[in-house]
Design a protein around this ligand. Sequence first.
Ligand SMILES: [Fe+2]
Length: 408
Amino acid sequence: MYILGLTTLGDAAATLVADGEVVAAVEEERFSRQKHHAGFPFRSVEYCLAEAGIKIGEVDHVSLYWKPWVLGHKAVQALRALAVSRDRFKARADGVSGVSRSYLGMLGYSRLIREHFGASDFRFHYLEHHQCHAASAFFVSPFETAAILTMDGTGEATTTLTAVGEGNDFRPLKRIKLPHSLGQFYSAVTNFLGFDMYEGDEWKVMGLAAYGEPEYKDFFSSVLRTRGPDGFRLDWRVLDHHLAKNYQFPDELTRVLGAPRQAGEEITERHRNIAASAQVVLEDVVLHLLRALHRRTGEANLCLAGGVAFNSVMNGRILRESPHRAATSWSRPTSGPRSTRRSARPLSRRPTFPSRPSPTTSSCLAWRVFSPTGPSWAGSRAAWSSGPGPSGTGASSPTPGAPTCANC
Ligand SMILES: [Fe+2]
């Protein structure tokens, strides 16, 4: 059985899975030379088919990591923003109309593939974005059972998902939806500090945080706060991701933090302290979620995924402070040469790391949906238990940052 998984909104990529084995996985930017290439990954699909030596007619299933018709929740958020100000509404409405064009294109992918690559009887599947993140972490992990936490800017509407995995299946437990988003929180801070969320500059905030003191922790704790035993809320009226995209910030924010840093402006102690404060508040909220997840599932193993799970400083604190015994982070696996053997980003307390290919998220979930036996990672599990260890496997430190999906 051949399953083709696609990502298209940003970092477009394709992965081909044949009877449980990844035979090819590549990002479109490797061909186009456009970093974070967005759009249908024609050349990646072509490459995957050529690597397998097959035609599109032999592919049984094609899956995409998005349900493009789920737009209602974002539209409601835009209308809610209208009650606050026209600028807030416009920032969201522009976003909705912009991504809507991308989503409409998704609805034609099945036809597009047949037009471009030839006739085929494959079935096309649209999959929930956060379930794809969960699949990308759990199905390639060494765990038979695990608690799963996925966090990004946003999927179709969900920004955070908890689940429990067992064997070749997992069960979603809780979804947190817009406007409450850990990724959007961190991205807004990224732009406030004069960096660029569209370039994935969140890692710069994380790095800067190490040089500062959490002077503004109380303030950020009021903006991003825990809610109930297993949730959180983001006060988007104070820290508005959509305005921040355009480097606009509400007075409620600048009154406390001062003026936003301009790109290229000298980095001062104030900037370092803002980064340190946002970082520690993010960590506190994630640990709150993880403690609740542990209470609910009793699972000792943990899988993390989504752009926020790239934050390796946060992950270090999870290792030290979360109640889970072993944790693994497969944060937004990518498939290019740079990351094919490195994108498995283990946080495990185990002494050795696996070295294995990394399917794109949608192909992982496709496997869950269509395979009666689940993915076969026997070779990888062996590598996990007998590999030479972190220094010998290319398992580098996770690339930090928060959201990586184009709409995350
Ligand atoms: Fe995502």
